[in-house]
Design a protein around this ligand. Structure first.
Ligand code: HXC
Length: 270
């Protein structure tokens, strides 16, 4: 089913489009668009981002989504001006992280294409995606400590799981920025590419994923993410059930038949 309402909404802080992948499922593209403030993540922008990502997740014609900013900034963090006068109770009532939790529930893969600053909530938003393609100019950091707070959208958890305690402690306790290459070596970033090519590279990766059998892609993503929550015993059990479940799909039969017949598989997404 292809529900396209997410493409026609009147967004104020993001740009949304879809890219045709010629034969494969499409790629959804969500671009943060508050360039004057380095894409600072205010509540309105996050509301729109989550709506657009969920729209592509529901759209039967989309296989993968890319989330990006602009050359200078993926996002320089939560909008400090929006939080500057807020107290604890107001922040609690805003409950903005409930919206962030919805990103974790997306079934289809989301790739962050990062150039320039990915700081604070910006780094956390990139880490909420399934992979990060970074321009060689990208700078990652969790500078909240310099504002008298700590990361609030998963930074202490996702960063630590991605790059380990030693590096995460350094980033979170000093608030310093680290370059793309260093973050690649630490395990946060999938690939570092030339500053002019980061979006193209992310779109190419998305196209490749969109050309794979959809249900297998979704269960593969789900199984990998489960590894963060489960013990090895429960994780293996979960993986095994998903593996067996895929034997019920038409695409499994097509994939294996095509291999035996030495031809290209034609996926149905069923
Ligand atoms: C609001 C911001 C902003 C932010 C930049 N701007 N970051 N506005 N919130 N997070 C605005 C600036 O006020 C300025 O607008 C314009 O963007 C350009 O920024 P400059 O500082 O002039 O640019 P530059 O000198 O190039 O410095 C870039 C920078 C710096 C190093 C990235 O902007 C910076 O340190 N930003 C804050 C980074 C940060 O602390 N992020 C964490 C936020 S807390 P005007 O109108 O003044 O010209 C957070 C908590 C997460 O993310 C919780 C979960 C959501």
């Amino acid at each position: 089913m292809s529900d396209k309402t997410h493409l026609s909404k009147a967004y104020t802080s993001i740009l949304v489009s879809e890219i045709d992948n010629k034969g494969a499922l499409k790629t959804g593209l969500v671009q943060l668009n508050r360039p004057d403030v380095l894409n600072a993540l205010n509540i309105e922008l996050m509301k729109e981002v989550v709506e657009a990502l969920e729209g592509f997740d529901r759209d039967g014609e989309t296989g993968c989504t890319v989330l990006t900013g602009n050359k200078k900034a993926f996002a320089a963090g939560a909008d400090i001006k929006e939080m500057a006068d807020a107290g604890a109770v107001e922040m609690l009532l805003r409950d903005q992280f409930a919206r962030w939790d919805r990103i974790r529930k997306l079934k289809k893969p989301v790739i962050a294409a990062v150039s320039g600053f990915a700081l604070g909530g910006g780094c956390e938003l990139a880490m909420s995606c399934d992979m990060i393609i970074a321009s060689e100019s990208a700078k990652f950091g969790q500078p909240e400590i310099n504002l008298g707070v700590i990361p609030g959208a998963g930074g202490t958890q996702r960063l630590t799981k991605a790059i380990g305690k030693a590096r995460a402690m350094e980033m979170i306790l000093t608030g310093k920025m680290f370059g793309a290459q260093e973050m690649f070596e630490a395990g946060l970033v999938t690939k570092v590419v030339d500053a002019d090519l980061y979006l193209e590279e992310a779109l190419e990766l998305a196209r490749e994923i969109a050309s794979k059998p959809t249900i297998a892609v979704q269960l593969a993503k789900e199984s990998v993410l489960k590894s963060f929550d489960l013990t090895i015993e429960s994780g293996l059990e979960h993986e095994r059930k998903n593996f067996y479940l895929l034997f019920a799909t038409e695409d499994k039969h097509e994939g294996m038949k095509a291999f035996v017949e030495k031809r290209r598989a034609e996926w149905k997404g069923k």
